[in-house]
Design a protein around this ligand. Structure first.
Ligand code: FAD
Length: 478
């Protein structure tokens, strides 16, 4: 049974009354970076799936190393099952790498190319799984417009056991639900908020004292590092533009082939910014299909975009590539994990929302250490890239740290319900909340930092793992 706060078609947080306070300025991951409704934020995400790499598990702190080894291992064990659910290949192992012949020059420069998989738009909004289950015997019941606002439980043999939850409708109706196990899958901010609520209701004694619930909020910091010169653009568009394999878009990513213990993990990729009207039309059509809304395109705009739309279609269907005009501007961008620190956090504030819940306070900032890490990652990556020679020449671009907008966050919030076996961890390796018997967390909040990949593929691998374990437990108790 899925208890979902939002309506059938997801809306933004401010439309449903899920506010936050931001003492350090807005954190966009908690504003425009999340949706509420069936399908959640997948109604508007980018659909890029990529596994964390073995190098993610190379850490200078033994607790982090253990947590990351486990995360990488879960990806290896359950990645194929996730790929099967989506009907896509190439998410794990050798299949997620470009052909050996294309990789050689990059390897010689200590760059490790991988291919991320862009899900087809019709599969991006995970609401399709709910719709499919209603037609099969999967027996998934979804209750929408039901904000889970209260948790009732008691101490059993020294641990806390949830007995029921109470959900509220927008008109204030109450629904009580009892289950054997409860899984918090409410996104990083709301999952952390709910755990803080449960802990506060139990006078702070539900989680062990040392568990660092809500601390260490971090994200990928996304920034452009270099622009390709005129001479390199044609080759970049020809060799490194996204391609399609069995209707999935594949994007080149470059991760660190060798890594220092204390370096921040990142992935680099190439962006092709364009103002082309055909692109705008195609993007709006596809994104409206994903969000299950009507496209907002005027006839004039559609007409103006039609020539380039036909080129996009030709490249997509015949050449199996994304149409990128040879010679068009292209840039190198890095998405770098932010070092977790206690001052970036999520906690309960003193104000209450319309559901009688304390509004979360989200403190997030980019500090001098982050800026130093960004400069270091740029330098290190461009050194490797320069070894590719003049054909791929790219010129460093200025990093504007004084920009008024915090334009760096990539909507990949992690860290506030960290997984691990150490005293500071919030959930154990099986994702059970420490100090509880039947409460689990399924959220990117369990990842200690953002690592070298977008998080959702790995989250799905954990979902597979959890479905298996909870399913087996339920079967054996019958
Ligand atoms: C623009 C954008 C692009 C992105 N691109 C990518 C990408 O390319 N690749 C990638 O891996 N990741 C990407 N992400 C991140 C990705 O969307 C998230 O990692 C993913 O959606 C997280 O899933 P989730 O289930 O944890 O949270 P969500 O998808 O946010 O779902 C949480 C659900 O919980 C519900 N909920 C919350 N509180 C309650 C409550 N109290 N009671 C009942 N229900 C509640 C919400 O309504 C929501 O439906 C992107 C995000 C954005 C915004």
């Amino acid at each position: 049974m899925v208890v979902e706060a939002g309506p059938g078609t997801p809306v933004l947080s401010n439309e449903i009354g899920f506010d936050c306070e931001f003492p350090d300025g807005d954190y966009r991951g908690a504003t425009e970076g999340r949706s509420f409704g069936v399908g959640g934020t997948t109604a508007r995400w980018g659909g890029q799936m990529l596994a964390f790499q073995a190098s993610d598990a190379v850490r200078d702190d033994s607790s982090m190393q253990r947590a990351w080894e486990h995360i990488v291992q879960v990806g290896r064990e359950h990645g194929s099952a996730v790929a099967k659910v989506f009907g896509v290949g190439g998410l794990v192992g050798q299949e997620s790498r470009p052909p050996a012949s294309e990789v050689a020059p990059f390897r010689a420069s200590s760059l490790d190319p991988v291919l991320s998989c862009g899900l087809p738009f019709r599969k991006r909004n995970f609401a399709w799984m709910v719709e499919r289950s209603s037609k099969t015997a999967d027996e998934c019941e979804v209750i929408s417009n039901a904000v889970v606002a209260n948790w009732i439980g008691e101490e059993v043999h020294g641990d806390f056991r949830i007995q029921e939850l109470i959900a509220l409708s927008p008109s204030g109706k109450k629904l009580r639900i009892r289950a054997m196990n409860y899984v918090l899958a409410a996104g990083t901010v709301e999952t952390t908020r709910i755990l803080c609520e449960i802990n506060a209701a139990g006078s702070g004694r539900v989680l062990p004292d040392k568990a660092e619930l809500g601390l260490g909020l971090s994200d990928h910091l996304s920034f452009d590092i270099a622009e390709f010169g005129d001479s390199a653009r044609r080759l970049v568009a020809k060799t490194l533009a996204p391609r399609f394999v069995n209707s999935n878009m594949r994007n080149w990513r470059f991760v660190q082939a060798d890594i220092g213990l204390s370096e921040c993990r990142y992935f680099a990729h190439i962006v092709f910014p364009t103002e082309d009207s055909g692109y705008r039309v195609a993007k709006e059509l596809l994104q409206s299909m994903q969000a299950r809304r009507f496209p907002e395109i005027g006839f004039g705009e559609f007409f103006r975009g039609s020539v380039s739309l036909s080129k996009i279609a030709w490249h997509r269907l015949v050449l199996k590539r994304l149409y990128v005009e040879y010679g068009a501007m292209c840039r190198l961008r890095i998405d770098m994990e932010q070092r977790p620190r206690a001052t970036n956090s999520i906690r309960l504030g003193d104000r209450f929302d319309r559901f009688g819940r304390r509004i979360p306070v989200v403190s997030w900032s980019v500090n001098g250490q982050d800026e130093a890490d960004m400069l270091c990652a740029r330098k290190e990556f461009l050194q490797r890239w320069s070894m590719l020679g003049v054909n791929y020449a790219a010129h460093e671009v200025h990093l504007d740290f004084n920009s008024l907008v915090k334009s760096y966050d990539a909507y990949h919030p992690v860290g506030t319900c960290r997984i691990g076996e150490d005293p500071a961890a919030v959930v154990g390796l099986d994702l059970r909340v420490r100090g509880t018997q039947n409460l689990f967390v399924l959220s990117t909040a369990v990842f200690p930092s953002a690592g070298s990949a977008n998080p959702t593929f790995s989250l799905l691998c954990f979902a597979e793992m959890m479905a298996f374990h909870l399913g087996s437990a339920a079967a054996s108790s019958v």
